[in-house]
Design a protein around this ligand. Structure first.
Ligand SMILES: [Zn+2]
Ligand SMILES: [Zn+2]
Length: 147
């Protein structure tokens, strides 16, 4: 059996009140420059790894904030009620998935971002190295949280 088949990742928020475990490999790892990711992360973009929701197990208290994206989907951002770390998100357009913020995964160096989305909103001070496929907004072919 290939080592990736049973890979389990752990992660959590800044204060450790929220911990989670996620199993398997992400469908995609993306840098997103949409305005809601900028506001929600306080940085120039957020980097998320998308996993099947049934592979994600959360422990600890969690707070949520819901809003409508421009395309009418309902987006929910889940964060630690104590320290405010953005932990994961869901999108009604991709109900069976969660997008975990890569910075909250304990050993995230083995993940490789594959794509940059909402590049039209990228800040001049937030340059991403490399030649990743880059999209102005959210490409149609991939369900993910968006603006
Ligand atoms: Zn916390
Ligand atoms: Zn975004």
């Amino acid at each position: 059996m290939n080592e990736h088949t049973l890979r389990v990742y752990q992660g959590g928020c800044l204060c450790s009140a929220v911990r989670y475990e996620v199993e398997g490999q992400p469908l995609v790892v993306a840098h997103c420059h949409c305005e809601s990711c900028q506001r929600g992360s306080g940085a120039g973009h957020s980097t998320g790894a998308m996993f099947p929701a049934d592979k994600f197990k959360l422990s600890g208290p969690i707070a949520e904030y819901k809003y409508k994206s421009n395309n009418g989907n309902e987006v929910t951002r889940f964060f630690c009620p104590a320290c405010g770390s953005p932990v994961f998100g869901r999108n009604s357009g991709a109900k069976d998935y969660v997008t975990v913020t890569l910075g909250t995964i304990d050993n995230s160096n083995e993940f490789e971002p594959q794509v940059v989305v909402f590049a039209r909103n990228q800040k001049l001070w937030d340059v991403i190295e490399g030649n990743l496929p880059t999209f102005d907004a959210q490409p149609d072919w991939k369900p993910k949280e968006d603006e």
